[in-house]
Design a protein around this ligand. Structure first.
Ligand SMILES: Nc1ncnc2c1ncn2[C@@H]1O[C@H](COP(=O)(O)OP(=O)(O)O)[C@@H](O)[C@H]1O
Ligand SMILES: [Mg+2]
Length: 275
C-alpha cells in the first residue's frame, strides 16, 4: 500500500507589500490554491518560470511559512503552525536544500562540524557519535575522509551541494524539498548530483519535492510533474502523461521553448546512468 508523505490542499499564500503613509498597499497572490500529493519514495517535480510561486510553495511545505489558506498534511498530520504543531520531531521530518548552499554554510566552520551541527542542536549525541555519523554521511554523498576538516571555501560548487545534501540528511528526514538544487552547476556536475540524489532516494526511502525551471532535469528526475504559472498549478500528472500530452497552452509553450540540445543532453545523461 502506498503511503502519502506530504499533501497540499488548496494551498494559498498572499504577501502584502508597500502601503505607506500616502499609498495603499497591495496584495501579491504568490500561490493561488495548489493541491498535490506525494507518496513515499516518489519525486514530485515543480516546474515553471521565475516568479511563478515555486519557492513560496517550498517554504510552505517545509513549514518555514504558514499558508494564508488551505491545508498542509505531513505524514497524515494536518499542520497548523499558529496552533503550535511545529514540534522539533515534525521539523526534522522535512528538510530543504537551496540553490546556493554557500550562503547557508558558515565560512569558519569545518565540514565535519557543519554536518555534526544538526545532531548537536537536535539530539543528545556526543562528540564521538556526531563525528562518526558526519563521516558516514560524508562518504554517502561521495566525498572523502580528507574533506572532513576542510572549510567551505575549499570546495567546488558541486561539492558544496553534496555537503548541503549531507547536512539535510543528518536527522533522517522523510521528505526533502530541493529548490533548484542543480541550477547553478555545470551540466556535467548537474548530472552527477542528480545521480547522487537518485541513489540516496533509493537507499533512504526518501520522498522528494524537486523544484526546477529546467525541463530536461525534470524529465530525468520526476515521477510526477506539476507545472506552475502565475501561482497556479496549470498541469499536474505523471511525468509521462505531462510530457507526452500536455493539456495547458502554457505547458506547450514551455516545452516548445526547450532547446533540442536539452533533449540530447538528457538522453546522454540517461545513457551514462544506465551504463
Ligand atoms: N516575502 C515576500 N514578500 C513579498 N513578495 C514575495 C515574497 N516572496 C515571494 N514574493 C513574490 O511572490 C511571487 C512568487 O515568488 P517565488 O515563490 O519566489 O517564485 P519562484 O520561486 O517561482 O521564482 C513573486 O511575485 C515574488 O515577488
Ligand atoms: Mg525560487
Amino acid at each position: 500500500m502506498s503511503e502519502v508523505i506530504v499533501e497540499g490542499r488548496n494551498l494559498k499564500r498572499d504577501y502584502n507589500i508597500g502601503g505607506g503613509l500616502f499609498s495603499a498597499g497591495r496584495t501579491i497572490h504568490a500561490v493561488k490554491g495548489v493541491s498535490f500529493q506525494v507518496e513515499k519514495g516518489r519525486t514530485l517535480a515543480i516546474v515553471g518560470e521565475s516568479g511563478c510561486g515555486k519557492s513560496t510553495l517550498a517554504r510552505m511545505i517545509t513549514m518555514i511559512e504558514a499558508p494564508t489558506a488551505g491545508e498542509l498534511i505531513i505524514d497524515g498530520q494536518p499542520i497548523d503552525i499558529a496552533r503550535g504543531d511545529l514540534t522539533p520531531a515534525l521539523r526534522r521530518k522535512v528538510q530543504i536544500v537551496f540553490q546556493n548552499p554557500y550562503g547557508s554554510l558558515n565560512p569558519r566552520q569545518k565540514i565535519g562540524d557543519v554536518l555534526g551541527e544538526p545532531l548537536l542542536i537536535n539530539t543528545g549525541a556526543g562528540a564521538g557519535e556526531r563525528r562518526d555519523r558526519a563521516m558516514e554521511m560524508l562518504l554517502k554523498v561521495g566525498l572523502g575522509p580528507e574533506h572532513f576538516n576542510r572549510y567551505p571555501h575549499m570546495f567546488s560548487g558541486g561539492q558544496r551541494q553534496r555537503i548541503a545534501i549531507a547536512r539535510a540528511l543528518m536527522l533522517n528526514p522523510r521528505l526533502l524539498v530541493l529548490d533548484e538544487p542543480v541550477s547553478a552547476l555545470d551540466l556535467s556536475v548537474q548530472a552527477q548530483v542528480l545521480n547522487l540524489l537518485a541513489d540516496l532516494q533509493d537507499e533512504f526511502d526518501l520522498t522528494y519535492v524537486f523544484i526546477s525551471h529546467d525541463l530536461s532535469v525534470v524529465r530525468y528526475i520526476a515521477d510526477d510533474v506539476m507545472v506552475m504559472y502565475f501561482g497556479e498549478a496549470v498541469e499536474y500528472g505523471s511525468r509521462d502523461a505531462v510530457f507526452s500530452d500536455p493539456q495547458h497552452a502554457y505547458t506547450r509553450t514551455l516545452f516548445a521553448a526547450t532547446p533540442r540540445a536539452d533533449v540530447a543532453s538528457i538522453k546522454a545523461r540517461l545513457a551514462r546512468r544506465a551504463a
